[in-house]
Design a protein around this ligand. Structure first.
Ligand SMILES: Cc1cc2nc3c(=O)[nH]c(=O)nc-3n(C[C@H](O)[C@H](O)[C@H](O)COP(=O)(O)OP(=O)(O)OC[C@H]3O[C@@H](n4cnc5c(N)ncnc54)[C@H](O)[C@@H]3O)c2cc1C
Length: 416
């Protein structure tokens, strides 16, 4: 390593940045994490909290384009495009449409599976050795439309074909276990390996582990420039400047603007979602659930029962809470769940997913700035992939061999 101020600067202190800092610090590497704080900070904190190794199918998959168009026409709130999305929307959408093929799924599902499995091993370590709590019970997919049984069987077969453990559950016994379920529920599928965590506890725990491992954490400081040299990287913030051997780019949906500073481009768009958290629920389920036709994710968390939905392409600055979207979320969930009267004390929240057009994360060095390693673009699955991503980045920094599957996440891949 060169004679620099810190060995690795991690830009971004969300789940991915913190998990990466932890993996690096465990190996004795001197790490500085810099995060701009509010209003950018927070997407990793109040999401649906699923840890779902079943998620091996990239978001860009056959059927997603027609699903997106249908949801737009129905104005269901599950999918949307905001006028704020800006000029990058057109090229992102084109790349997304091109990636929605079975070939893309077959090629990349093994890579996502490997990254998920690596994350799962590290989640086990956090649960067993560091006190992270998980739901004891596995994720349920809940079906309630006229085609419920058919859809549940289709999902079951699809998951089974990809080696994911699922089982169809008797609806009556699901209802007696979970009094929150209404009579409208017609089919239930268990995703046996998937569970829920509290994302805020996860991110805070990573922060504590980092502090204990000597990571320097700077918040309220925004990176303004990055200059790449052959043997080091200069980082300038609004408060300071320093040199590093490597920079890890984990700035969520803002990562594109930092890539630009070193003359690279990363296709990332902000995909906004909303959640509400209902405190003091007497009938809170003890497992996460997906309301399949409503496209709504739920999870019992420390502060209450969280329900999340929505994937609206928008700008990086759009953290505003859309109260109509919150009303719709509540009404949609009520089709399937016995919820208390809509109370004033529900906690509404919004977050911006860093979405790549092909549904895969960017993990690897930038082609024209190889000392800048990307760890971003995780879209809907950033918390569950954070630990595995950090481990792969640590392999890269330590110049250990990288598997062929992990090389598929290179930011220079053709589909991105
Ligand atoms: C409604 C909803 C539900 C979700 N449910 C799940 C789920 O169940 N499971 C799951 O795995 N994922 C889920 N996700 C996705 C997950 O939240 C994201 O993929 C993940 O949070 C991305 O983490 P990140 O660290 O890459 O980005 P972020 O958490 O956005 O962190 C990036 C950080 O970079 C900082 N930053 C930006 N620019 C700069 C700069 N110039 N200088 C310094 N710092 C900077 C920001 O302050 C920010 O803190 C959900 C998302 C939403 C919105």
């Amino acid at each position: 390593m060169a004679n620099t101020d810190v060995q690795v600067t991690v830009i971004g202190g969300g789940a991915v940045g913190r998990a990466t800092a932890w993996q690096l610090a465990k190996e004795g590497i001197k790490v500085r994490v810099v995060d701009s704080g509010e209003p950018r900070f927070g997407t990793s904190m109040a999401n649906a909290g699923w840890v779902a190794p079943s998620h091996i199918i990239p978001f860009a998959a056959p059927g997603m384009v027609s699903m997106g168009v249908k949801e737009l026409v129905k104005r269901s709130g599950a999918f949307g495009v905001s006028p704020a999305a800006g000029p990058s929307l057109a090229s992102w959408t084109l790349k997304f449409m091109r990636a929605c093929t079975m070939e893309h799924v077959d090629r990349n599902a093994p890579a996502l599976n490997e990254l998920l499995q690596r994350s799962m091993g590290l989640f086990d370590d956090l649960i067993v050795n560091h006190g992270l709590r998980r739901t004891e019970k596995a994720l349920y997919y809940i079906f309630s439309s006229d085609r419920a049984e058919e859809l549940a069987h289709e999902e079951h077969d699809l998951f089974t074909d990809h080696g994911v453990a699922t089982k169809l559950v008797d609806v009556e016994s699901a209802r007696s276990d979970l009094p929150i379920l209404k009579d409208s529920v017609k089919a239930v599928l268990e995703l046996t390996t998937d569970y829920g965590i509290d994302p805020r506890r996860f991110v805070n725990l990573l922060g504590e582990l980092n502090t204990g491992s000597g990571v320097e954490y700077r918040t309220g400081e925004t990176v303004k420039n990055v200059v790449h040299r052959a043997d080091l990287v200069h980082v300038t913030t609004d408060k300071d400047s320093w040199t590093s051997d490597y920079v890890v780019l984990a700035a969520g949906t803002w990562s594109g603007e930092i890539a630009k500073m070193v003359g690279s481009s990363l296709s990332i768009i902000a995909a906004k979602g909303h959640s509400v958290t209902l405190p003091n629920m007497t009938n809170m389920p003890d497992r996460p659930m997906m309301l399949a036709e409503q496209r709504l994710a739920t999870n019992p968390e420390a502060n209450g029962y969280r329900m999340s939905t929505g994937f609206a392409l928008t700008s990086n600055n759009d953290r505003s809470i859309n109260h109509k979207a919150i009303d719709k979320l509540y009404a949609t969930a009520s089709q399937v769940l016995h919820l208390p009267e809509r109370a004033a004390n529900i906690e509404p929240w919004t977050g911006l997913r860093p979405a790549s057009p092909d549904g895969l994360p960017y993990i690897g060095p930038l082609a024209n700035a190889p000392r800048v390693i990307t760890a971003t673009g995780h879209g809907m699955i950033g918390n569950m992939l954070a630990l595995g991503t950090g481990a792969v980045v640590a392999d890269m920094v330590q110049e250990r061999p990288i598997s062929g599957e992990m090389l598929k996440f290179s930011p220079s891949r053709p589909s991105a």
